[in-house]
Design a protein around this ligand. Structure first.
Ligand SMILES: C[S@@+](CC[C@H](N)C(=O)[O-])C[C@H]1O[C@@H](n2cnc3c(N)ncnc32)[C@H](O)[C@@H]1O
Length: 157
C-alpha cells in the first residue's frame, strides 16, 4: 500500500497509480480539480480530503493488518511533523520518504544543477527536513540514492 500525504495537482499520484493498485492520497483539497479527482478515482486511487493532523485515518491505514507493507510518502505542508507523527505507527520494513530533505544544513549550500532550460536552478529551493529530525533508533537507511532528488528514504527497523 502507498500512502501519499499531499496530493496537490495529483501528478505524483497519477504516476504512482500506473505502478500500483492500492494508493491512498490525502490533501486538504485546495488544489484539487474535479477532472483530476474523477481521473484518480477511475484509476482506483482512494482520495481523502482531510487534514492529516486532525484525523486518525493515516494511522489506521498504516496499522491495517491486511496491507502487509506500507510506503508512506510525506510531501505535505510540514514534513518534519509528518515524519515524526507517523513513524511510530510503521511496522518493521515499512518505508517512509519525505521530500525537501537534505542530510544536514551544510548540504543545502552545495551547488546542485537541477532541471534543464529556463527552469534550471542552481540549488533546490526548499529545505524542510534533515537527519537531526529523524529517529535513527527506529529508522534505518534505505535507497539513499533518493537524496540526489531531495527525498529522504528510510526503512523501519
Ligand atoms: C508539496 S504539495 C504536494 C505535491 C504532490 N505530492 C506532488 O508530487 O505533486 C503539498 C500539499 O499538501 C497539502 N497540505 C498541506 N497541509 C496539509 C494538511 N495538514 N493535511 C492535508 N493536506 C495538507 C497542500 O494543500 C498541498 O496540496
Amino acid at each position: 500500500m502507498i500512502i501519499e500525504l499531499g496530493t496537490k495537482y495529483g501528478g505524483m499520484t497519477q504516476f504512482l497509480s500506473e505502478l500500483h493498485d492500492n494508493i491512498h492520497t490525502f490533501d486538504v483539497g485546495r488544489y484539487m480539480k474535479l477532472g483530476l479527482v474523477g481521473y484518480l478515482l477511475q484509476t482506483g486511487v482512494t482520495i481523502y480530503v482531510e487534514d492529516i493532523f486532525q484525523t486518525d485515518t493515516v494511522k489506521e491505514l498504516i496499522e491495517f493488518p491486511l496491507y502487509n507493507r506500507v510506503l508512506l510518502l510525506c510531501d505535505n505542508g510540514n514534513k518534519k511533523a509528518e515524519v515524526q507523527t507517523f513513524t511510530p505507527f510503521l511496522k518493521t520494513n515499512d518505508v517512509i520518504m519525505a521530500h525537501d530533505y537534505f542530510p544536514t544544513v551544510n548540504d543545502l549550500y552545495h551547488i546542485v544543477d537541477y532541471g534543464a532550460g529556463p527552469k534550471k536552478v542552481k540549488r533546490w529551493p526548499s529545505f524542510e527536513i534533515s537527519d537531526r529530525d529523524i529517529n535513527n533508533k527506529i529508522l534505518k537507511p534505505y535507497f539513499d540514492k533518493f537524496e540526489s532528488v531531495f527525498w529522504l528514504c528510510r526503512r523501519k527497523k
